[in-house]
Design a protein around this ligand. Structure first.
Ligand SMILES: [Zn+2]
Length: 267
């Protein structure tokens, strides 16, 4: 019994000794926060309530200690957020039901900013993905795709970012920003096996969409989408990892998302 305890202690000391080096190697590289801050400037869909942030208390309490607390109110689909499959596909996953493995993984960054910045209604095509594959190889199974349209640089200017600063139902027809061509969404679900897809505009379907077909096609296959993602332009086309963890709202159709990327040091 005594010798077993001794061996356990030796193993523990060995593991503790190894841990710092292991961690150092695992996280040698750069973290990039792909999340826009939530504030009163945060962009929401024209028909949605914007972010509310009220002070509950800030200052010195009657008992003499310092204390701060706020309360916030937010639509699920605003700012940097995740769309759960149930948002556009019946009987598909709610935000709390998406397996975590689908939200963490290897990253492919497809850059269409040259074309999209010249054409607000640009549709990201099959050709854009095939072009990426000609350089970097076939999109791996369970990869997460982020599309750089270049529009994140306009945040938080609503008009420049989404085509109109107006609010309300009449503003929806005036939305102009790039999105994923439904034909490319079809290609991704039929010909490839991706875990998730995101971009730096308010919606995976372009601003002029009325049927939200890219949403429908992806969500039918339980592939979630990340919208209003920041700083995609700072990522390499291949080799980074993404961690996209939304607020775990039970039964939610989406939610605020903290999304970060890790870019390992290349050897
Ligand atoms: Zn959404």
């Amino acid at each position: 019994m005594k010798s077993r305890l001794y061996i356990t202690i030796v193993i523990l000391i060995f593991l503790i000794g190894c841990a710092p080096d292991k961690n150092k190697n695992l996280f040698e590289g750069k973290w990039i926060d792909l999340t826009h801050e939530f504030s009163e400037e945060t962009i929401y869909w024209p028909t949605a309530e914007t972010f509310k942030f009220d002070t509950v208390f800030a200052g010195i309490t009657d008992s003499g200690f310092y204390y701060t607390a706020f309360q916030y109110c937010s639509a699920e689909h605003g700012g940097t957020h995740l769309d759960a499959p149930i948002h556009f596909a019946e009987n598909r996953q709610h935000v709390n039901e998406i397996p975590i493995e689908r939200l963490i993984g290897k990253l492919a960054v497809v850059d269409v900013s040259d074309k999209a910045l010249k054409n607000r209604d640009y549709l990201v095509s099959i050709d854009d993905f095939e072009k990426w594959e000609r350089i970097h190889g076939k999109l791996e199974d369970e990869i997460i795709i982020l599309i750089n349209t270049g529009y994140a640089k306009f945040w938080p200017d609503r008009e420049a970012y989404m085509g109109t600063a107006e609010l309300g139902q009449q503003a929806v027809a005036k939305l102009h920003f790039p999105g994923l061509d439904p034909k490319a969404a079809e290609w991704l679900v039929k010909e490839r096996n991706i875990s998730a897809i995101g971009l730096d505009t308010p919606s995976i379907d372009y601003g002029q969409s009325t049927l939200f077909e890219a949403h429908q096609i992806l969500f039918e296959q339980n592939i979630p989408a990340f919208e209003n993602v920041a700083r995609i332009n700072e990522l390499p086309s291949k080799g980074a990892y993404v961690f996209a963890l939304p607020m775990k709202i039970k039964g939610g159709s989406g939610g605020p998302l903290r999304i970060v990327a890790f870019v390992p040091v290349s050897d």
